[in-house]
Write a protein that binds this ligand. Sequence first.
Ligand code: XMP
Length: 326
Amino acid sequence: SWTTGNVIEEQVAAIREQVGNKRAICGLSGGVDSAVAAALVQKAIGSQLTCVYVDHGLMRKGETEQVEKDFVAATGVQLKVVDAQERFLTALAGVSDPETKRKIIGREFIRVFEQAQAEIVAESAGTGEDVAFLVQGTLYPDIVESGGGTGTANIKSHHNVGGLPEDLEFELVEPLRQLFKDEVRMVGSELGLPDEIVQRQPFPGPGLGIRIVGEVTRERLDLLREADAIAREELTAAGLDREIWQCPVVLLADVRSVGVQGDGRTYGHPIVLRPVSSEDAMTADWTRMPYEVLARISTRITNEVRDVNRVVLDVTSKPPGTIEWE
Ligand code: XMP
């Protein structure tokens, strides 16, 4: 019968058998799937695993630290953090088109990841336990969706480690490929990962880069990070994290409107709140969340975030609107 204990035992044995005394690497995205896959492989082969986390500077407040501290504390994994903020900002300079942003972020991500990979491979070369395996947090629905052939139109370019080129000479280790998301969460908890990682809401690979409508700059990222942190804090405080599937916070960087703040006129940017309820993100409804919580978020964002003088609520379902704005 299915228990998380059985799944872990079976997978640990299978991973040991597959990897032997070689080494493996795993890209961490900050998301649930890669974290649980890494924790499982770590349990199986310990220090033969190295994780790589690319900090592209498009993460939310505290996210990189969470991977660095909480994940390492919970698993004891060897982690290589690559600070690539400058590189991503430079690559994104002057770009406003959503698909172009996505492609640039995906491309840079793969380059940085491959470079880190090459370094790890070089460090291990000739030790008799060369890196030969790449761990991926592929889930059962991912496999069904990509092979299912329902011919879904390509609406947005998703970029994960899953989009790595095929000429990489690695054998894949995919210990979650028979599991659904809720099962992955259970396995993660059983492996000792904290709720902050296991119960995490979805967050897109391109991060805040696709939540700034307009060009991505350091100042805009800082501003959006503040607004997003306030919204998340208030949603958590109100106990809405489970009811809400995710709540993108979007900066309309190219829009300005007139406001009155403090002693005078301001000409600032709007922030959009996009709380959605969903089963699988394929469709979604906007969440009818309590007005008091919306009011608190609005007051705090306009008081605490410089250059923001308006907070608006997105009341569009998916379809017709996608969850993310870009
Ligand atoms: P959309 O905007 O297409 O989003 O309705 C559906 C779900 O996917 C997430 N999302 C992404 N996740 N890489 C990811 O890993 C991406 O490029 C990406 N784009 C969107 C989005 O947050 C929502 O949960």
